[in-house]
Write a protein that binds this ligand. Structure first.
Ligand code: ATP
Ligand code: MG
Length: 187
């Protein structure tokens, strides 16, 4: 069985926190690859502020220089509200030769009780939790914990910094910064 990590997110924009946790889990669990799965419209928060096309463009440059990272467009292609459980059912069906590891930050670990059909989802995929400043990994759900260096970076803060005219250099890869500037994203 091929071991594949999955990192779902809005990636609005993608930042070094995303890349770091993907790489750390890849190494720790000896995965064969990691797939980044951008959401079309996240069920649990307000609509993303950048279009799917722009988020994809940023994600492409962000993962470009890592040969075991790729983008899977299963959710954006569906073009409807995406629930993780549907994505996992579809991935398991499409790839019977693969074992999936769903990587989530501690904020998402805390949110697990509210995930749509969570008990069923727990039977379908292994969850990997990584720490994130201000959140806890304590949970009753059976997750695999992977130790990662804590990076206090969020897309929300990056969007705020851009609105305030602050630099986001060294929080995101240079290529992501270039796409943001070219398209004048986030004000
Ligand atoms: P936003 O502030 O818009 O919610 P975000 O920074 O949380 O953006 P998402 O796209 O929502 O990024 O996150 C995708 C996944 O990556 C989630 O599981 C989230 O917990 C995890 N993640 C994002 N940033 C970090 C970080 N700095 N440390 C650990 N996990 C992170
Ligand atoms: Mg988030």
């Amino acid at each position: 069985m091929k071991k594949v990590g999955i990192l779902g997110g809005t990636f609005d924009p993608p930042h070094y926190g995303h890349l770091l946790i993907a790489e750390e889990v890849y190494q720790a669990l000896k995965l064969d690859e990691v797939w980044f799965i951008p959401s079309y419209e996240p069920p649990h928060k307000e609509k993303a502020t950048s279009t799917v096309e722009k988020r994809l463009a940023m994600l492409e440059v962000a993962i470009d220089n890592n040969e075991h990272f790729s983008i899977n467009k299963i959710e954006v292609n569906r073009s409807v509200k995406s629930y993780t459980i549907n994505t996992i059912y579809q991935l398991n069906e499409q790839h019977p030769d693969m074992e999936f590891y769903f990587i989530i930050g501690a904020d998402m670990v805390e949110y697990l009780p509210h995930w749509y059909r969570i008990d069923e989802l727990m039977q379908l995929v292994k969850f990997v939790g990584v720490k994130r400043p201000d959140y806890t990994l304590k949970t009753n759900y059976p997750i695999i914990e992977v130790e990662v260096p804590a990076l206090e970076i969020s897309s929300t803060e990056i969007r705020q910094r851009l609105q305030q005219g602050k630099s986001i250099r060294y929080l995101v890869p240079d290529g992501v910064l270039a796409v943001i500037k070219e398209n004048q994203l986030y004000g």
